[in-house]
Design a protein. Structure first.
Ligand code: PLP
Length: 402
């Protein structure tokens, strides 16, 4: 047999635009770790890396399911008791016109599946800038161009309505609204939600309401669901166990389809088809959904208290540090401070890892408005750790830019 030469197998060209800075940065961190330094990870929104634990009654529910032999495939849309619990949650969120609910392997899968079920080649989807980079990664994977709308930093990072209006094209099929927001920590006002719903109504758009942080509200206000404000508009509301219920490793998310029945019927059938094609979400972990949504919610009191203190510490630091300013986050566990520096925020973030062993994510990794510079902090660590990290960031700013 002739010896064939080994050939390089090229990855699909579509992947050139797939970026996920939150994890891509880990390459630099590995380099520093190899030199024997410990990296402080303020890049990934994983509460389990810090002093938060999955509530024990959720663990018990999954353990029991495994012991009871719930280890085969589950029904494609999800197990009945989880679907019932999600419908109950939709009720509590005042979503009146629920047409369907389904369970996925994390909200990451909900996003992939719902975008794939909607968009044709040449279509576009409005995504926020800055955004959570999964959305742009999925669009790139599908070979679709980005069409972003601005979040306005001068207006507490609320969506800029005039920009949304300007960006709607004849091929725009939907809009993504992340509320509470990653990476800015903003929470949308009811008035804003009503205005966005009006635009969706006028232009026949599907709204993707990513509300994965809806129970992590840090001030007195509430997270209003856009699906509750606009029962007639087609909305898929995303939720899951990763953040509110401190179980990101279980990979459990869900979608709630609402809106006028005839409007969402075909699209929902598309979603169901894709759910069947990928068999099912993680089976035993689905038993934690009812336990989470209907069981004790005590952990949330403690989580919000810790996050509030850590948010306040972050703001005190940002307000007293030269070259830094920050819109106060009101939900989730992220701050997105602006930095006034002469070089790119990606350069600063790389140097921060290399020199100070602190890992945050550069604003350009979230597709921020060109010309602006930010970084995203995950304020999940305890106060002494955050204080150390912030001192290191201030030191680098001082050393590099005087
Ligand atoms: N949506 C937003 C806004 C997120 O911040 C995240 C994770 O950080 C996800 C979706 C993905 O969540 P999951 O762990 O459920 O896949």
């Amino acid at each position: 047999m002739p010896i064939t030469q080994t050939r390089e197998i090229a990855a699909a060209t579509r992947l050139e635009n797939v970026r996920y800075a939150i994890r891509d940065l880990a390459c630099y961190a590995d380099e520093v770790a190899r030199q024997g330094h410990k990296i402080l990870p303020l890049n990934i929104g994983d509460p389990i890396n810090f002093d938060f634990q999955t509530p024990p009654h959720l663990i018990e529910a999954v353990y029991k399911a495994m012991r009871d032999g719930k280890n085969g495939y589950a029904p494609s849309p999800g197990i009945k008791e989880a679907l019932d619990a999600i419908r109950g949650e939709a009720d509590r969120k005042r979503i009146a016109s629920v047409r369907d609910v389904f369970v996925t392997s994390g909200v990451s899968e909900t996003v992939d599946l719902c975008l794939t079920a909607l968009l044709n080649p040449g279509d576009d989807l409005l995504t926020p800038s800055p955004d959570y980079p999964l959305y742009s990664a999925v669009l790139a994977k599908m070979g679709l161009k980005l069409n972003t709308y601005d979040l306005n930093e001068d207006d507490g990072w609320q969506p800029e309505l005039s920009d949304i209006r300007r960006k709607i094209t004849p091929r725009t099929r939907g809009i993504v609204l992340i509320n509470p927001n990653n990476p800015t920590g903003s929470v949308s006002t009811r008035k804003m939600l009503e205005n966005i719903a009006d635009l969706a109504r006028q232009h026949n758009l599907v709204i993707f309401a990513d509300e994965i942080y809806d129970k992590l509200i840090l001030d007195d206000d509430m997270c209003v669901s856009i699906a509750a404000v606009a029962p007639d508009v087609p909305v898929v509301t995303f939720g899951g166990l990763s953040k509110n219920y401190l179980a990101p490793g279980w990979r459990i998310g869900w979608g709630i389809v609402s809106g006028e029945a005839t409007a969402v019927k075909q699209y929902n059938e598309g979603i169901q088809k894709l759910l069947r094609a990928r068999l099912c979400a993680n089976h035993p972990e689905q038993y934690a959904i009812k336990a989470a949504l209907e069981g004790p919610q005590d952990h949330l009191i403690e989580v919000r208290k810790k996050l509030r203190n850590r948010r306040d510490l972050t703001l005190r630091w940002a307000n007293s540090t030269p070259r830094v300013s920050c819109v106060p986050p009101r939900g989730a566990f992220y701050a997105f401070p602006r930095i006034d520096i002469p070089e790119g925020d990606d350069v600063f973030v790389r140097e921060l890892i290399l020199q100070k062993h602190v890992m945050v994510v550069h604003g350009s990794g979230f597709g921020q408005k060109p010309g602006t510079k930010h970084f995203r902090i995950v304020f999940l660590p305890n106060e002494p750790t955050l204080t150390r990290a912030y001192a290191a960031i201030a030191e680098l700013l001082q050393e590099r830019y005087r």
